[in-house]
Design a protein around this ligand. Structure first.
Ligand code: CO
Length: 470
């Protein structure tokens, strides 16, 4: 009998990034994460995703934490595990395209502070927007993983994905990720897609999906059988719903098969025990909405990622137009078509979503147009897979000549200007990058940081008086 070839499935743990971004608005603090790092480090994960995406913004804006400090603490704690981040291509961790010098410097500092794997995607799947980040990552000896932003639509055929994967391999990526933000990849389509990509490229293929539509763990099963190399999972207290499939469940699923991870379920149980009270607290405070834990089949109907659904709800609430929710949901695919049918992922998801809200609330489509919609229609975010709706384009940008080159070619270097703008606040080289991404939020944070530093540490003072620090 032929010996079964073992191919243990590798796992990226998302609890320190996507899991809490998807379920509790990215509000897990460094203090809540650090005590469990030691155990996470012993599991044997391929990597731990712990930085990038919305964590940077949320740290500065809501948690009043320095994201760079968080990264350095992770690097100190994770002795054996690779650290992974999510990077929005030319948009870095922000919402607009940046000059190449900022992208390069951000990649350099991310690697210098401890990142091993950079997952880079573009919200339009325009590969020109990934070049600079991939090159910079290669230069810094980081692992450049390019993500295909997965979506559905006439243009997104198997050939489209295979062609994109080949070009990604040619541009120097070390691996490819199928990034399924909205849980649209159903199990048998995963078999087809993974099989086709494995046949087309030599670099490893990773699959990232969300449980939103309820099919994610079945999709992983089929993808693993089709040869995918790595899957993204989250420890059970922050799994399922708008987050990823549960780590323990996937580990158990593959036990005793050629894909066996070899992970210790007792260790995973101890880690889950640590996170469970944090989940309970989030449920009690309302931060974790039980609605986000169920199956939301509307994501399949409207192809809207979970995070975008909650954004739409809050935008409509602000406008006192919650009754327009379904009108907006139906408007989203129409706006997406007008804008060249891009994938819906930050920032295209916000741009399409906000424009859909305006179109519905104003009672006339494109009567009010955001700057970002105009920028998309002017080519400033890059090329879309389909052409723009010419009438909409005309109504929004008039006779302005759209650009067709790589957008960053038209953006002059920004670092020097940024440095001079924020010089008074700079305490570390990385501060200019925080400022570049979120000028106002970072400035507020710098002010807060300065105020904290000039104050006596309240914890130290309490301890001196014999009181237990709060
Ligand atoms: Co995700």
């Amino acid at each position: 009998m032929a010996e079964v070839v073992k191919k243990p499935i590798k796992i990226t743990e998302t609890i320190l990034r996507d899991a809490h971004q998807s379920l509790i608005a990215t509000r897990m603090s460094t203090e809540q994460m650090l005590p469990i790092v030691d155990k996470l480090d012993k599991v044997g994960y391929h990597s731990v995703e712990c930085w990038g995406g919305a964590t940077f913004d949320a740290s500065l804006r809501f948690l009043k934490e320095d994201p760079w400090e968080r990264l350095r603490k992770f690097r100190d704690g994770f002795k054996n595990t690779k650290l992974q981040m999510l990077f929005r291509g030319q948009n870095i961790l922000g919402y607009r395209p940046y000059a190449d010098d900022v992208v390069e410097y951000f990649v350099q500092k991310s690697v210098a502070n401890g990142i091993d794997i950079i997952r880079i995607f573009d919200c339009l799947n325009d590969l020109r927007n990934l070049q600079t980040a991939v090159k910079a990552s290669n230069k810094e000896k980081g692992h450049a993983q390019v993500a295909l932003s997965y979506t559905l639509g006439d243009a997104y055929t198997l050939d489209y994905w295979v062609d994109m994967a080949k070009r990604v391999e040619d541009m120097g990526a070390n691996s490819i990720c199928i990034k399924d933000m909205a849980g649209l990849l159903v199990p048998y389509k995963a078999t087809e897609l993974v099989t086709a990509l494995k046949a087309a490229v030599d670099i490893p293929i990773q699959l990232h999906t969300h449980y939103t539509s309820g099919v994610a763990s079945m999709t992983y099963l089929k993808a693993v059988e089709a040869g995918v190399d790595v899957i993204d999972t989250a420890m059970s207290p922050f799994a399922l719903g708008t987050s990823q499939p549960a780590t323990e469940v996937m580990v158990e699923t593959f036990k005793g098969t050629p894909y066996d991870t070899g992970f210790d379920q007792n260790l995973l149980a101890e880690i889950a025990d640590y996170f469970r009270p944090i989940r309970d607290e989030a449920l009690d405070s309302g931060l974790l909405n039980p609605k986000n834990l169920g199956v939301n089949i509307k994501t399949l109907l409207y192809q809207v990622p979970g995070g975008m659904l909650s954004n739409l709800t809050s935008q409509l609430k602000e406008q006192h137009a919650e009754d327009k929710f379904y009108d907006v949901l139906e408007e989203v695919p129409r706006v997406r078509k007008d804008l060249g049918e891009p994938p819906l992922v930050t920032p295209s998801s916000q741009i399409v979503g906000t424009q859909a809200v305006f179109n519905v609330i104003m009672g006339e489509r494109y009567k009010m147009v955001t700057k970002e919609t105009k920028d998309v229609l002017s080519g400033k975010y890059g090329a879309t897979v389909k052409p723009f709706n010419p009438e909409v384009q005309k109504k929004c940008i008039g006779d302005t000549e759209p650009i067709t080159c790589r957008p960053a070619d038209l953006i002059p270097d920004e670092l020097d200007t940024l440095r001079s703008e924020m010089a008074q606040w700079s305490e570390q080289e990385e501060d200019v990058l925080s400022y570049a991404l979120f000028p106002q939020v970072a400035t507020e944070f710098f002010k807060y940081r300065e105020a904290q530093e000039t104050k006596v540490d309240p914890k130290a003072a309490d301890t001196e008086n014999g009181a237990y620090p709060v």
